[in-house]
Ligand binder design. Structure first.
Ligand code: PAP
Length: 329
């Protein structure tokens, strides 16, 4: 979730951007508005999901302009569910014949700067795309993905997480940003209420997860559905699964040499969060501190932030929403 705090479109393609802005203004004037979590611009509800205006513009732009290639790998997630981790694992897996754990660009660049984000980087800066490494990420719901993504043979990897941890991660990320901008921080209880109602970036969270879950059942060869908690439990197993799914399985020789283990170690929270670039660097597009993307990286940290009543309420919503789907979170 890279730039949701900015209300102005980020575009270098001026003419195209102007046209888009005009039709965008027409579209947003008709959309329902939701509580903005203490930011000046309201959330906008578009086809059932809530978006900040800059992300919505990125979605519309990607829907119009993005052309998926059959070899593309699209990493999909709702915010704060493990995107940064999935980006680093996928990038390291794909580039393992070019780099190792002492030469990888992941040691000097933040994962968000290595894998482009479709709504922002690709839609507005199409020349940024490195076709040699065809990995892109997005927070778009499945139903909003550009048609070329769902029509082409490209692979989708989705990661989700216990909504209690995702909410806490999101809330603390937002508060930290608000503090750094000398803004009034949004109250935890109010944020919780909005999250429960589905009003948050790319929310309702449960609908986001369910769309990808259902699509993964229909197209298991095209969509790999991952859970943060299971990945934390046995990251090596899931990295091997990921490698196989994206068409570059580890050879037995690589396994003997411990290549999957090295990738997992390099991409671990402990390693990435201690790198200079992730401790002190800033995001290339908007100056967000990279350290904000590496808070704790633990399963179950919600216990330190939510009351038992809040946890029970979220669990209840999760049960209701996922009931009958075969999915548990
Ligand atoms: P984004 O949507 O803004 O890109 P995303 O990366 O999905 O954020 O989520 C951030 C969470 O992933 C943070 O969780 P926390 O607030 O509960 O700590 C962050 O710490 C965690 N995270 C980042 N890198 C890793 C990693 N290498 N391993 C495990 N968790 C990680």
């Amino acid at each position: 979730m890279e730039s949701f705090f900015h209300s102005q479109p980020i575009s270098t393609e001026k003419e195209n951007g102007d046209l888009l802005s005009k039709s965008f203004q027409d579209i947003i004037s008709t959309l329902p508005k939701g509580n903005p979590w203490g930011f000046p611009d309201h959330f906008l509800q578009y086809h059932g999901f809530w978006h900040s205006s800059v992300f919505l513009q990125g979605i519309l732009s990607a829907q119009q302009q993005f052309q998926a290639q059959p070899a593309d790998i699209i990493l999909c997630s709702a915010p704060k569910t493990g995107t940064t981790w999935l980006k680093s694992l996928t990038y390291a897996t794909i580039t393992r014949t070019s780099y190792d754990d002492s030469t990888s660009p992941l040691l000097s660049k933040m994962p968000h700067d290595v894998v482009p984000f479709m709504e922002l980087d690709h839609a507005h800066f199409s020349t940024h795309r490195d076709l040699g490494i065809p990995v892109l990420a997005t927070h778009m719901p499945y139903s909003a993905l550009p048609k070329s993504v769902t029509d082409s043979g490209c692979k989708i990897v989705y990661i989700c997480r216990d909504p209690k941890d995702s909410f806490v991660s999101l809330y603390l990320f937002v508060s930290k940003h608000q503090k750094s901008e000398n803004m009034q921080t949004f109250n935890l209880d109010e944020a919780f209420e909005q999250f429960c109602r589905g009003v948050c970036w790319y929310g309702p969270y449960w609908d986001h997860v369910l769309e990808f879950w259902k699509a993964s059942l229909e197209h298991p060869d095209k969509i790999l559905f991952l859970k943060y908690e299971e990945m934390s439990d046995d990251t090596i197993l899931y990295v091997k699964r990921l490698a196989e799914f994206i068409g570059c399985p580890f050879s037995s020789e690589e396994e003997e040499k411990g290549v999957p283990e090295k990738i997992v170690k390099m991409c671990s929270f402990e390693n990435l969060s201690n790198l200079e670039v992730n401790k002190n660097g800033k995001h290339r597009v908007r100056g967000m501190e990279n350290a904000n993307y590496f808070r704790k990286g633990k399963v179950g940290d919600w216990e330190n932030w939510l009351t038992p009543e809040m946890a029970a309420r979220l669990d209840q919503i999760t049960m209701q929403k996922l009931s009958g789907s075969g999915l548990t979170l």
